[in-house]
Structure formats: C-alpha cells, structure tokens
Design a binder for this molecule. Structure first.
Ligand SMILES: NC(=O)c1ccc[n+]([C@@H]2O[C@H](COP(=O)([O-])OP(=O)(O)OC[C@H]3O[C@@H](n4cnc5c(N)ncnc54)[C@H](OP(=O)(O)O)[C@@H]3O)[C@@H](O)[C@H]2O)c1
Length: 247
C-alpha cells in the first residue's frame, strides 16, 4: 500500500547544488537535469559565454553563475563566498589528455594535477572550512573508469582520478560525524552532441560495452541518486557507470 504523504527519497527538489564544469558537456547536462528536478543551482566554469548558455537553459529561478578558474585560489574563494550554503557539490570540471608516460613532460603532468586533483580538493577544503555544506549534505566527484583500470596513454588522467578515490575515502570518514557523504561517479566514455567520435572509434567503443554506450542522462541520474536522501547510507565509494565495460 502506498503512503502519499511519505517523503520521496530520490528527490533533489529544494536542494541547493554547486556544479563545476557546468560550461560544457557532462557538467552542463548534470546542472540542467538537477534544475529540472527542482534543485537550485550554483554553476561555474571558465568560459563566460558557454556558462551563460547553460544558465539560460536552467529551468526554474534563483540560480547563480560564477565564472572561475578553479586552479586559482582567489577564484575558488570568490566562488565559495558567492555560493552560500549548499546541500550538494558536484565536481565535474576536468581535463583529459592522452600521453604515453615516456613522452610525458612536467608541464602537462602539472596541468593534469592542478585541474583534476588540486582544484576539486582545495575547493572542497574551502567549502568545508567556510561551513558551506550543510549537515547531511553530499559531495560528488566526477571520476572515470580510468580511476579503476589502466588504459595506454591515460596515465596522468588515470592517476589523478585514482588519487581522488583515496581522497574520497578519507574525507568520507572525516565528514561522517556531520553526516556529509562523499562519493565518486565513474563513467566510461559518454558520447554527447558536443563530443563527436570517429565512426571507427565509436564502433570500437560500442563493442567494449556489453550494455552499449551510456548517455549523459545515465550519468546525471547517478548524480541525482548521490545527492538525494536515497543514498543517505552511501559514503566513501564510487559508482561505476560503464554498461559492464570494466567487468
Ligand atoms: N565525457 C566523458 O566521456 C567522460 C567520461 C568519464 C569521466 N568524465 C569526467 O567528467 C567530467 C566532465 O567531462 P566532460 O566530458 O564534460 O569534459 P569537457 O567537455 O572537456 O568539460 C570540462 C569542464 O571543466 C571545466 N574546466 C576545465 N579546466 C578548468 C579550470 N581550470 N577551472 C574551472 N573549470 C575548468 C571546463 O570549463 P571551460 O570549458 O569553461 O573552460 C568545462 O566546463 C570530467 O571530470 C571528466 O574527467 C567524462
């Protein structure tokens, strides 16, 4: 028998959520999905024009946009000041680059570290220090299947995402007293309208995925789950979303 007065645990309505990387692709899709489900968004990205395009497509009102380069401490501080009190944080900003380890140079390694690891970790540090995440809030890091399996040419990217897996576990323990949950989502390749793929490569990718390729909606639904009260007992882990590719 259903009880219509019961709270719907998968809801994000009324939650205020910060989404980084909202000026492009997955972050943009996550932000729009959350707004469609009644969340109030604080979105950020570096490119003002593309961030404005996401902002304009957010249904509902009360959303905020902040142009920021998250590798810069001053920009992170300004973002935290503007964001106010948050129920959730989704770290979608990231940079993927292919390079075999023996061809790697220090500047590429440093950039991968700054964007994929330092920026989300230090933004989280600043938010927690400012007490900007409410009790029972949820922090989500967009990882990748590259955090869990090896791929030729993805060493630096893989290492930064795997580093976040370690950080997530420690942070989850540290924040458990406040019932703030900390988790990752690890998608494999997502084909989006913004990410055209060479037909040969597309067929190769399809063949690797027993359930076929995933969509931005699949990832956004995972984010919704991690931000909602339905995942209230889930922390320190990562949700691999890959249509069975890594098994
Ligand atoms: N797409 C996939 O197939 C896939 C699969 C697994 C995991 N992921 C992960 O999902 C996340 C989003 O991927 P995506 O495909 O949407 O990537 P994308 O289209 O390249 O977008 C990357 C986003 O990160 C932002 N960004 C990069 N450097 C930044 C910086 N220094 N400061 C602030 N923002 C910065 C970009 O902002 P601007 O554009 O404004 O510069 C952009 O919004 C990444 O963490 C990626 O590793 C993606």
């Amino acid at each position: 028998m259903s009880d219509t007065t019961q709270h719907y645990p998968f809801s994000v309505a009324g939650k205020t959520v910060l989404v980084t990387g909202a000026s492009s692709d997955l972050g943009r899709h996550v932000a729009i999905t959350l707004a469609r489900r009644g969340a109030c968004l604080v979105i950020t990205g570096r490119n003002a024009e593309r961030l404005q395009a996401t902002y304009a497509d957010l249904p509902g009102g009360g959303h905020v946009q902040v142009v920021a380069d998250l590798t810069q401490k001053g920009d992170r501080d300004r973002l935290v000041q503007t964001a106010g009190v948050l129920n959730g944080v989704v770290h979608c900003a990231g940079l993927k680059s292919h390079c075999l380890v023996h061809q790697l140079d220090e500047s590429l390694m440093s950039e991968m570290y700054q964007v994929n690891f330092l920026a989300p970790v230090m933004l989280t540090q600043r938010l927690l220090q400012a007490d900007a995440v409410v009790q029972q809030g949820s922090i989500v890091f967009m990882l990748s299947t590259a955090a869990h399996v090896g791929t030729r040419g993805l060493g630096p990217y893989s290492a930064m995402k795997a580093g976040l897996v370690g950080m997530i576990k420690c942070l989850a323990l540290e924040q458990a007293e406040r019932k703030i949950r900390v988790n990752g989502i690890s998608p494999s390749t997502i084909v989006t309208p913004m990410r055209a793929m060479h037909p040969g490569l597309l067929e190769e990718q399809k063949a690797r995925h027993p359930l076929g390729l995933g969509t931005p909606d699949d990832v956004a639904n995972g984010v919704v789950y991690m931000l909602s009260d339905a995942s209230r007992w889930v922390t320190g882990t990562s949700l691999v979303m890959d249509g069975g590719a890594v098994i």
